[in-house]
Write a protein that binds this ligand. Structure first.
Ligand code: ADP
Ligand code: MG
Length: 256
């Protein structure tokens, strides 16, 4: 027997107050189905709870993807993992499990330009959101540095660092690509120090550690930065030829 219209209105109001929009949408239809199939009350309730939960999870994932600023076209599905050395593939498999985030481990990817560092780490970042509902934030290093500098100038640096601390992983793409001055280096160092043992840093670089003095200027700061990053870390060595170059060669070969 369906509800009277007065009771229906009351139910809808409760569901509104309790923020259960999906149940509000589907309870009547599911009630008809439950009556027709003679389902137990608990089965009906279970179905409603499932649907509400599913929609919520979906919304949360969509929001996390949006807020991550990840280039979402760089997916794992479009990344050719056969190009990776077996060891790196194993490391990627472990990263995809996501537990490194709980241990606040860092991921450092090194390799020539075009070897696929950015694509691979963006793909991993996206999977961490999709599979584990993790909070991930992607930013090119030079953009991040500019953002931190502006924050510092406006006396908001602590606040911005706190916001970034809310992410399980901050992906810093292409550290050392642009030469930085001392002030720029200092805010970058402040971020790394802030995240140390509190949240993962995932970064890519064309520069091996031996050239990092050009990023952090003096040997002491360079050593301190490397020390913090490496202490709990996974290092991916992508010593590969450029994917772009190979693809363009293949294209030319195919054309004749
Ligand atoms: P890096 O960051 O190391 O300079 P990118 O990740 O930007 O390299 O890769 C350069 C280009 O080649 C991108 O368009 C990327 O999508 C593509 N690419 C690189 N490696 C692969 C791969 N293994 N499978 C598919 N596309 C790749
Ligand atoms: Mg890159």
């Amino acid at each position: 027997m369906a509800l009277t219209s007065a009771l229906k209105a009351e139910l809808v109001q409760h569901l509104k107050d309790l923020h259960l929009p999906t149940i509000r949408e589907c309870y009547a239809e599911q009630a008809d189905k439950a009556r027709a199939e003679e389902l137990a009350h608990e089965r009906y309730l279970l179905e409603l709870a499932r649907r509400e939960g599913e929609v919520r999870r979906g919304n949360r994932i969509a929001r996390l993807l949006r807020e991550s600023r990840l280039p979402l076209e760089k997916t794992l599905a479009t990344f050719d993992r056969k190009r990776l050395p077996a060891r790196v593939n194993q490391q990627v498999e472990v990263l995809l499990e996501g537990s490194f985030l709980e241990r606040h481990e860092n991921v450092l990817a090194f390799g020539n330009p075009g070897s696929g560092k950015t694509h691979l780490l963006c793909a991993v970042g996206q999977e961490l959101i999709l599979r584990h509902g993790r909070r991930v934030h992607f930013t090119p290093c030079n953009l991040l540095v500019q953002e931190l500098l502006i924050a510092k100038r406006d006396l908001r640096l602590a606040r911005v660092l706190k916001r970034l601390a809310g992410y399980d992983a901050v992906i810093i793409d292409d550290i050392g690509y642009v030469q930085q001055n001392r002030e720029e280096m200092e805010v970058l160092f402040a971020l790394l120090a802030d995240r140390y043992e509190r949240g993962s840093v995932i970064l890519t670089s064309n520069l091996p550690f031996s050239k990092w003095e050009s990023i952090f200027k003096d040997p002491m700061t360079t050593a301190a930065a490397i020390d913090r990053l490496v202490h709990h870390s996974v290092i991916l060595e992508l010593n590969l030829s450029s994917y772009r170059l190979e693809e363009s060669k293949k294209g030319k070969a195919a054309k004749g």
